[in-house]
Design a protein. Structure first.
Length: 534
């Protein structure tokens, strides 16, 4: 999941205090507590509305889909204890656990998934992640408002059996079902699972309270089918937009784990706290999105290419010193069944690359007599601001461009980025929802709600459609790679670097040693071996 981000239908974070109504008792004074740092406040805890990473982090503790996820990212049974798919790869049959329940003790049934998925693809909902369910038969027509939600190819044949028909074979489909867009809702009273006065969920934890600007508190869901493997009673997510503040809380013993570390402290942490510092690559790319509706960038391919070429990515990642790797393409290395594509100029020397950037800049019609000033939007974060400063310096050195920064608090940024009149370039990133190149490239479809750039390419969409319709993995890979090459040739985005996860974790927190390609660390996987977190 990723930073393509949307404020939810129900702004739960505006409620001063949210109290759960499920059967879980208040933890005793000896209950085991895990305190986690979170670099921003969730925009929503409505599964149909979430697309930001902070909301998704909390939702993975609150909900569970038909499938689950092992610590290493492998797909495992979730609410569905088993499933089968026919020889065509189009027809799935999921068998739900008889003991699956909502946090208030109500039985969880197959119709709860049908109701949830219909809500996500309903154009009235406007869910940004409706695209994730496009693979289900009828979803695309529903999202485009050409069919009713009842035509979705998901049917509850009885309370514990769900039949799903796909548009075309999709080997990644079971993995997709662990995403928030595929979580269930109460079909008997769907609003109930989104009302803070009567909140219910179906995962390892239930919402206990939400203090805006401060924290979200979760308690163990006693009705969860796998409660015996949930070892931590209470999880508190403490919001800290400032990485330095999060580090101070960690050092003061107020957090068991962080979700980031400050760049300036990384060398010392590597030296003095190697046992607690966890750094690992994951499937995510940071990039600058270009507003193609605004002049001069939208109408000037050579100008966009000049901006991309003027960035020295080796120098950038060295300045950030966070372990990132340079990005010359969108899909990150390590993605399943895929060879990442890149700009053909990536191997030019710095001198050659800068000379070509200046030539393109002049050919684009930009001169001292017609100066260019760019408006760059990004959310408040020290590393993101440092990235902006370094890149603005490169643009000024190589092309003579001045850059105006607009630094916004995270939740404000989520709104502003949808207003094309407010920016020319926006700092964005995309983290995989599931391990597949199509999850990255589909965000640039012309009708994708995550296409902040307003990029329109019939050729790209056709290649993605051909990839989606191919049952042959080799042919599908070929079409996806061609789609990425088309995307890179048009420069609607400027990839900067591929991300790594950086966490500090107390030695007494167990279960966090397995690298996860999606950068997920669910509280269910963790336990505490000493009183440090109680």
């Amino acid at each position: 999941m990723r930073p393509a981000l949307l404020v939810g239908l129900l702004a739960l974070s505006l409620i001063p205090l949210v109290v759960a109504c499920g059967p879980a008792p208040a933890p005793s004074p000896t209950a085991i507590t895990l305190r986690r740092g979170l670099s921003g406040e969730p925009a929503t805890l409505d599964p149909a509305s979430v697309t930001d990473t902070f909301s998704a982090e909390v939702l993975r503790d609150l909900y569970e889909g038909l499938t689950g996820e092992a610590p290493d990212g492998a797909v495992i049974p979730g609410i569905a204890q088993s499933w089968e798919v026919d020889a065509s790869g189009l027809h799935y049959l999921f068998h739900l656990r008889a003991d699956a329940k909502w946090s208030d003790g109500t039985a969880l049934i197959a119709q709860d998934f049908v109701a949830a998925w219909r809500r996500v693809v309903d154009p009235k909902q406007g869910a940004a992640d409706a695209d994730l369910l496009r693979i289900i038969k009828g979803a695309a027509a529903i999202v485009s408002d050409h069919a009713g939600i009842e035509s979705l190819g998901a049917v509850a044949t009885d309370e514990h059996t769900l039949a799903v028909t796909l548009e075309q074979p999709a080997p990644y489909f079971p993995g997709l079902l662990s995403h928030a867009a595929a979580y269930p809702i109460r079909s008997d009273a769907s609003a109930r699972s989104h009302d803070p006065r009567t909140w219910v969920s179906n995962g390892p934890y239930v919402l206990s309270s939400w203090h805006p600007g401060t924290s979200v508190k979760l308690t163990r869901n006693r009705a969860y089918w796998d409660i015996d493997h949930v070892r931590i009673d209470t999880v508190t997510y403490q919001f800290a937009a400032d990485d330095a503040a999060q580090l101070r809380s960690y050092r003061a013993g107020e957090l068991e784990l962080t979700d980031n570390v400050p760049a300036s402290d990384l060398p010392a942490l590597k030296r003095d706290h190697a046992r607690e510092l966890r750094i690992a690559p994951f499937l995510a790319t940071a990039y600058y999105g270009i507003n193609l509706t605004a002049a001069p960038l939208g109408q000037n391919l050579k100008l966009r290419q000049a901006l991309a070429m003027a960035i020295d990515r080796k120098r950038l990642v060295q300045a950030l010193a966070l372990g990132q790797t340079e990005a010359y393409g969108f899909v990150p290395p390590g993605t399943w069944n895929y060879t990442p594509q890149s700009w053909e100029w990536r191997n030019l020397s710095d001198e050659e690359r800068n000379r070509k950037a200046r030539e393109l800049f002049l050919e684009a019609g930009i001169t001292k007599a017609i100066p260019l000033k760019l408006h760059l939007l990004y959310n408040t974060n020290p590393a993101i601001r440092q990235t902006a400063i370094v890149i603005a310096s490169m643009w000024r050195e190589v092309l003579g461009i001045e850059t105006v920064f607009e630094d916004q608090e995270y939740r404000v940024f989520l709104e502003t980025r949808h207003d094309k009149s407010r920016w020319q370039i926006a700092r964005l990133s995309w983290g995989a929802d599931y391990d597949d190149a199509g999850n990255f490239l589909d965000t640039l479809r012309k009708n994708s709600p995550n296409n902040d750039q307003s990029y329109r390419s019939d050729a790209l969409d056709a290649l993605l459609d051909e990839a989606a319709q191919s049952p042959d993995p080799a042919l599908r890979r070929e079409k996806l790679q061609a789609a990425e090459r088309k995307l890179l040739a048009d420069y609607p985005i400027i990839p900067l670097y591929h991300l790594v996860s950086k966490r500090l974790i107390k030695p007494y927190v167990l279960g966090a040693d397995t690298p996860n390609a999606l950068n997920h660390l669910n509280s269910k996987w963790l336990s505490i071996s000493a009183p440090g977190g109680t």
